[in-house]
Design a protein around this ligand. Structure first.
Ligand SMILES: *Cc1c(COP(=O)(O)O)cnc(C)c1O
Length: 428
């Protein structure tokens, strides 16, 4: 495949956009080469600026769970655009999508819409802090909750007590309020809570982790977090920006039957437009302005185009719950196929999967947390990535990303993909 025009466009972009991209992982830094510039997309396929067709396993990093340019979403956005694109005033549409989301997700009474997953998580911890009147939060290494200061934290020298910034620009003052724990390690969490008695406002977790590859919670992990939070007056925040409306209608709360206190959404809930949201029971949500003292706002929050897209997406998922079963079956089929061909070619690997989230790790050991995810062989991944690209298959340009399966993928697409992986893995 030829990527001449993409390369030219990237060179032009680099002159006026830092690194040529508006979000770093798009830049191919982890795999080498230059990014593909996309012209259009429909269903399971991307069409790039050089005229190549690619089978897409990123799907805008999650939102396009029903495939690109999904007709009902496109129609809803186009119709709304003609009636005005932003008002900064309430619309009936906001109530409609809120009511539908509240009906689909367990254990929430009210929801507030924002413009990104980052905003949702940032606002959720502010709400938790305001509600509990405590300052500290616990997050897990390798879990991503957007790019706000409180979450850009790595294990510090005093890792057992507090974290340190992992980006310049994040202050030590902010970092000291974020404690870092190991995913799937309850004992570690209990130790942190014990060392910071009555100081922890919230534990925020990706209930199925998706930003270090896909890492399922081990048996008892989420249940244990729930119990620790209940016992210690801590708010349990499920960051379902990736998993919400993807793993089940009601997300991981429904999938595993565990109740969080605050839930964050993004990605699918916006149907491909910039939307995030956070939700909880009334007693918690009523702490938000204008009802309560915790401030949170947004000029474009609840934007009519974004709400129209989100509503059309949620309606499609709500009206056809078999979608989640189909996604599960397609992804299981893909996983079995990848497993078969990688074994046949003597590749060392581990496949992780929950529902329509799947990741391939080039390491033999179980991948259960950030440390084990980081052991994957990146040289093999680079060959895998570029090999697949040549075969017309687009996966995320980083070994730490989950593949997002869409309902638009056919079994023929999956067979083509498995065959391509067979071809590529012979070259390792
Ligand atoms: C993508 C993601 C975010 C951030 O959402 P943005 O819309 O990119 O700001 C937060 N949490 C999780 C789990 C995510 O996957």
């Amino acid at each position: 495949m030829i990527y001449q025009r993409s390369s030219q466009l990237f060179a032009e972009a680099e002159k006026v956009i830092p690194g040529g991209v508006n979000s770093p992982v798009r830049a191919f830094k982890a795999v080498g080469g230059t990014p593909i510039f996309v012209k259009s997309a429909k269903g399971a396929y991307l069409y790039d600026e050089d005229g190549n067709r690619l089978i897409d396993y990123i799907n805008s990093w999650g939102p396009m769970v029903l495939g690109h340019a999904f007709e009902p979403v496109v129609e809803a956005v186009v119709a709304k655009a003609k009636l005005g694109t932003s008002f900064g005033m309430p619309t009936e549409l906001e109530t409609q999508i809120a009511a539908l989301a509240v009906s689909m997700v367990p254990n929430i009474d009210k929801i507030r819409f924002v413009n990104s997953g980052t905003e949702a998580c940032m606002s959720a911890i502010r709400l938790a802090r305001g509600y509990t009147k405590r300052d500290k939060i616990i997050k897990f290494a390798g879990c991503y909750h957007g790019h706000s200061d409180s979450f850009l934290i790595q294990a510090g020298s005093g890792a057992i007590t507090f974290g340190s910034p992992n980006s310049p620009g994040v202050t030590e003052g902010t970092a000291k309020d974020t404690l870092l724990a190991r995913y799937n390690d309850l004992e570690n969490v209990a130790t942190l809570i014990e060392a910071n008695k009555n100081e922890i406002a919230a534990i925020i977790v990706e209930p199925v982790a998706g930003n270090m590859g896909c890492i399922p919670p081990q048996k008892g992990f989420l249940e244990g977090l729930r119990q620790l939070c209940t016992d210690n007056g801590i708010q349990l925040i499920f960051d379902e920006v990736m998993t919400g409306f993807r793993l089940a209608k009601g997300g991981v709360q429904e999938l595993y039957g565990i109740q969080a206190d605050i839930v964050c959404f993004g990605k699918v809930i916006g149907g491909g437009l910039p939307v995030g949201a956070f939700a909880a029971r009334s007693e918690i949500m009523n702490h938000l302005a204008p009802l309560g003292p915790v401030y949170q706002a947004g000029t474009l929050s609840g934007n009519p185009l974004a709400m129209a897209a989100g509503l059309a997406m949620l309606q499609a998922l709500n009206n056809d719950p078999a979608i989640f079963q189909r996604l599960e079956e397609k992804t299981a089929y893909l996983a079995a196929g990848i497993d078969r061909v990688l074994k046949a070619n003597n590749v060392v690997f581990t496949i992780n999967r929950v529902g329509s989230m799947i990741s391939v790790h080039f390491d033999a050991n179980p991948v259960v947390d950030f440390q084990s995810a980081a052991k994957g062989d990146n040289d093999t991944f680079k060959k895998f990535f570029h090999g697949l690209l040549q075969e017309g298959i687009y996966i995320a340009p980083s070994a730490y990303e989950t593949w997002f399966i869409t309902d638009a993928l056919t079994y023929e697409d999956l067979d083509v993909t498995i065959q391509a992986i067979n071809t590529v893995s012979k070259t390792f």
